[in-house]
Each structure stands twice: as C-alpha cells, then as structure tokens.
Design a protein around this ligand. Structure first.
Ligand code: OAD
Length: 255
C-alpha cells in the first residue's frame, strides 16, 4: 500500500491539472451515511422513489420535507473528517485543482476547500418547487415564518411549495455546474475519485471522460466500485485514513 500511496502522490505532484470527484464515502467518517452501503446506507432503509423525486414531493410533501429536515439537521451537526481536510490541503499545493462533489453536505467548504462544484445541489439551500423566478429560485428559509409541524412552507413569490435545492431522481443536473465538471474532467492530468460507487449518471461518467482524454485515474475506496475497473491506481481504504497519507507522501516530494 505504501508504494501505491507514493505512486499516487507522485502522479498528483507531476500533474498540471488535478480534478477531484467525491461521493458520499468521503463523509462517512463524519457520521453522514452513504446511500448504498448495504447495512447503513440511506437507500437500504428508505425508498428513493418515495422521497427523492418530484412526484414523491408532490404526493407527500410533509413526509419528504421532514426527511430532508432530518438530513439537514444531521449534516448540520457533522464535522469534516481527515479526508475532507486532506483534500482542502491539496488545493494549497496545486494551482489548478478542481473539486467536484456529488455530496449535498457542505463539509468540503467547512474543511476549507474553495470553489467546490456541487453537482447534486446543497442540503443547506431551499428553492421554489416551480423555480418561479428562474432556475434555481433560491429561497432563504430564515426569512420565512412557518410552522415546522405543517410541512414545507409556501414560496413567497408564487405560493408553490419550497423544496430542498438538491437534485432528485429524474431531474437534470444544474447546467452550469455540470458544464464545469465536464470541462474539468476533459482537461485534467489526474482525476482523484473518492468514495463514490459510480452508479449514478452523469456524475459516474466523468472518470471515463477523463480517462479517455489520457488522465491518470486514482481511486480511494475501501470497496470495489464501478470506477475500479478504469482506475490506474486503486487505494483500498477509508478516505480519512488514505488521503492524509497521500498528503504526507506529497510533503516528502516537496522537500
Ligand atoms: P454511494 O452510497 O452510492 O457510494 C458510496 C461509496 O463510498 C461506496 O463505493 C463505498 O464503498 C464508499 N465508501 C464507504 N465508506 C468509505 C470511506 N470511509 N471512504 C471512502 N469511501 C467509502 O454514494 P455516491 O456514489 O455518492 O444522489 O452516490 C451517488 C448519488 O447517489 C448521490 O449523490 C445521491 C445518491 O442517490 C442524489 O441524491 C441525487
């Protein structure tokens, strides 16, 4: 493993442009559950069709709203872990480093990462269900007076429901963010893929796009994923343990 960590550090050190793609695994050591882990993944306990689609929200707004309120609270209490901090530190080493995440928590930013591209939105934000003032019509919950026991508050502009500003199944990714992620994938020398199963498209296509353009793919994941078969370097383990070791190895190279 030490050799693989050194190889990964060397590849990152030599790269002009590094793009990082993260998924739920990077936040697991912060106590935020992943989606597909068999025992404690969210989708092992809850049905995404009942909670994470436009139809589900329209059909049962209170159930969906309450579920997202629960997640917002849980994520609000979570603290970044060593993996988040290592990625933030890496940004200090490379002028051209882009961080793209599928995660809706804001733990990368709290750890100090800048210009994070959120492909699936952010739990901390809410928006109008109909995006009545343009896509997205972000609504600041703090400005609304509403009864938490009733369910989602109405949009102050059009009275449609306010909903979490995250991407649901069947919805398109935010255009600007996806364009950036695509561009960063096409133009990197190394793509570091951390803690994603690689099962949700189009985010899961980004490593393939990078690979096709000649990028070295480094994966950090304790398990096999859909990315593993295209990874040039696979670092088996939890990101909170592996990523600080990569940073240590990079420190050695900087000396
Ligand atoms: P998944 O739950 O599908 O996958 C999590 C990955 O993290 C798995 O491959 C695990 O092996 C790995 N993992 C677990 N613990 C880890 C650790 N400590 N360090 C590193 N990796 C670890 O989560 P995502 O791939 O992020 O979409 O899921 C993609 C999308 O599916 C999510 O953004 C969400 C979900 O439906 C939306 O909500 C739109």
């Amino acid at each position: 493993m030490d050799d693989l960590i050194k190889q990964a550090a060397q590849a990152i050190h030599d790269a002009q442009v590094v793009t990082i793609l993260t998924g739920a695994g990077v936040s697991k050591e912060s106590g935020v559950p992943t989606f597909r882990d068999a025992l404690d993944g969210l989708w092992a306990k809850y049905d995404p069709q009942e909670l994470a689609t436009r139809y589900a929200f329209k059909t049962n707004p209170k159930l969906c709203w309450d579920w997202y309120e629960w997640r917002r609270e849980m994520v609000g209490k979570a603290k970044p872990n060593a993996g988040h901090f290592a990625l933030a530190k890496l940004q200090g080493y490379k002028t051209n480093l882009h961080l793209v995440t599928q995660n809706v928590d804001s733990l990368h930013e709290i750890a100090g990462s800048k210009n994070v591209v959120h492909l699936h939105g952010e739990l901390s934000q809410t928006k109008c269900f109909d995006d009545c003032q343009g896509d997205p019509t972000i609504i600041d919950l703090e400005t609304l007076v509403y009864d938490k026991d009733i369910g989602p508050p109405p949009c102050p502009h059009c009275f449609a429901y306010v909903r979490p500003a995250v991407v649901w199944f069947g919805e398109l990714l935010p255009k600007h963010e996806y364009k950036l992620a695509h561009e960063y994938s096409q133009n990197c020398d190394v793509m570091l893929v951390v803690g994603t199963s690689g099962l949700v498209s189009p985010a899961s296509q980004l490593p393939t796009i990078a690979k096709a353009k000649g990028s070295i793919i480094i994966e950090v994941n304790p398990d096999e994923s859909m990315i593993t078969r295209i990874a040039d370097i696979k670092l088996d383990g939890a990101s909170g343990e592996i990523l600080p070791k990569v940073i240590e190895a990079m420190d050695e190279l900087q000396k």
